[in-house]
Structure formats: C-alpha cells, structure tokens
Design a protein around this ligand. Sequence first.
Ligand code: NAD
Length: 361
Amino acid sequence: MTYRIALVKGDGIGPEIVSSAVKVLEAVGGRYGHDFQFTEYLAGGCAIDACGVPLPPETVAGCQQSDSVLLGAVGGPKWDTMPGHLRPEKALLGLRAALELYTNLRPARIFPALKGACALRPDIIDRGFDLMIVRELTGGIYFGERGRREGKYGEEAFDTEAYSVHEIERIARVAFESARKRRKNVVSIDKANVLESSRLWRETVHRVAKEYPDVTVSDMLVDNAAMQLIRDPSRFDVVVTSNMFGDILSDEASQITGSIGLLASASLGATKCGLYEPIHGSAPDIAGQNKANPIATVLSAAMMLRYSFDLSAEADAIEAAVTAVIDEGWRTADIATDATAEVLGCAEMTEKIIDKLLLAK
Ligand code: NAD
C-alpha cells in the first residue's frame, strides 16, 4: 500500500525531529511492506523567508492532496516582531482551517521509567495514567462573536461561547469511537451548572452515547476536572470537551507527564487526512545542535498510522519500540537525570528506536 505524506518541517528543531520520524516510518514501512512517499512543504518562519507569507498556497494544496500531514513546529525569535497576519503561527491556524480539522487528540500517559520527571506525588504516579483528551477545535468561544462596546461603566469587551448540536455530535462521536479502541470510558467535561451552551453539550453527548452502549459515559464540571487531573489522573480514559476547556486541560495533562518532548497530538476532520505534530514548539534554544528529543514527533507519526491509515499493528510497534528504549534507560538531555550514563542526541535516539523496531518480533 502507498501512502502520500506531506512533511511540514517548519522552524527551529522542526527539521531534525521530522527527519527522525521519517526514518522511523521508513523502517516500519520496510518491515510491514508499506510505501510511504514524502513531499516537503514550507510553512512558518522558513516560508516567510522564502515566499513572504507563513502559509504559501502550494503548501495548502500539497497538504490537501496528501493522505496525511506530519508537522514539526513553527516560529522563533527571528519572526517575533512580524505583524499579526505574518506571524509563523498563522500557518497552523490556516492549515487547520484548510483541512477542516475539528478535533484535536492529545494522549497523555506516564512512562513508568520516567516517574522521576513527573510532578505528582509518588502514590498518585504509582497508579499510572494513560488518558486521551478529545478537544473540539473549530467552535466555541475562540470562534464566537466578539467585540468592544460601551457598557454601564464605560468600555467593555465580550466573547461568545456558542455550540451547535452538529458540532457537539461530531466531536462526541470521535470520543466514543476513540474510547472503543481504548478502555471504553468517556468523561464529558462542561460547565453545565452555569452555561447554557454546556447544557446543550451535555444533552447532546448523552444522546450520542446511546449509539455506543458498550462505552460508559459520565459528566464532570471543568473546575472539578482540573482538580481530578492532579488528584487521580488514573480515573480518566477518554475526556471530551470544548475548545477552550480542552485548551487548558490538555496543557495541564501534558504538564503532569513530566516532559514536553514526549507528547504527540493529532488534529482530525471529516476525511482521513489528519495533521500530526508534537505538542512542543520549535525550541530555538537547542535548534541545529542535535539535542532535541524526537520522541513526541515519532509518536505523532505512530498516531498517523493508527488514525489516518488504520495501521494499528504498525503504530503499536513504534510505541513499543519507544517504551523499550526508555525502559532500557536511554535518554535525551531533556529527560536525563544525574544517573544517566550517556545522554543521546536526536540522531542517536532515533537510531535506538529504529534498532528496537527492527529487532522486535
Ligand atoms: P518550546 O516548546 O519550543 O520550548 C520550551 C522548552 O522546552 C525549551 O527549553 C525547549 O528547548 C524545550 N523543548 C521543547 N521541545 C523539545 C524537544 N523536543 N526536546 C527537547 N527539549 C524541548 O516553547 P517556546 O520556547 O515557548 O516557543 C518557541 C517557539 O515555538 C516560539 O516561536 C513559539 O511561538 C513556537 N511554538 C510553536 C508551536 C507549534 O508549532 N505548534 C507550539 C508552541 C510554540
């Protein structure tokens, strides 16, 4: 089978970490008999330098014609003073819109061998956690009506949270489908004690839940969810929530895992073409020094195999290789401790993962 993958390496460490993921995909393709064809496109600061805009039309067209997109990261101090419409980050929003990506999936789990890097109490970490945040990405308050007006006490500003039944139904289905591939439990997070949009959210999620009798569903208020993520993250399997609540909770969930260099993400829409990227930025402080941890991007590539190409065995193989390398004690600088004998660079960590992948039965 042939899969066309658009590579948007971006800025800073983007080219290093995407190259690592490509090597891992080539290894997995060789082992399982798949042909991954890669085409590079510019976006972010490098596109501003080359073409004068952060998201050239060729990049949009190329990504739309691909089976999926693997992105590194965009941005850096060089472009920090550009006007708003010419900021590298505009490329991300533009790509999400062009590919009509309405779901963001962010897994957060603890690697037992990296417990030391986790900020939670040892008795909480010992229970382990492996959760998936399903965040609505194109609706809610970030896209609602906004403005400034004269109020009773002078100038005031407003933003509007609005959700349609259609938007809630489609994100709920992503959550239930995702739960079916995991531990079959969905927690829907809202603020239904205060917000009318949350009451519609809750009603709709429960109506969709009837289509998935094998999956358990419950509700949690967002303030409680923020606490429970720290008190007992092991209680969560799949979490589904709105754009703004998901933005905040997914950052909290990634923080409790201990390392930003390990966390992958997927943005999905109505078609199989998704956008896969690490959650971290372009890390300009370590760019071009072979210091970046490639694992978040490698795990993003594994998500691409699972969610866009339905290649679960191949995704499992990549995830198992990463876990085995970490269990054996191999570390890049960001996850190294005083006990680490040898700190690996980005290229060497990639080789270790590929070795494990090729050795595994
Ligand atoms: P960052 O995530 O780039 O870096 C934060 C810290 O984490 C830095 O010390 C960095 O060295 C480290 N780090 C990040 N990824 C790492 C990895 N894979 N391996 C080892 N260490 C890693 O966040 P920042 O410094 O706030 O932002 C830098 C630039 O990235 C900014 O221009 C920002 O706008 C951009 N950014 C882009 C995205 C994206 O493309 N999706 C996301 C966030 C930030």
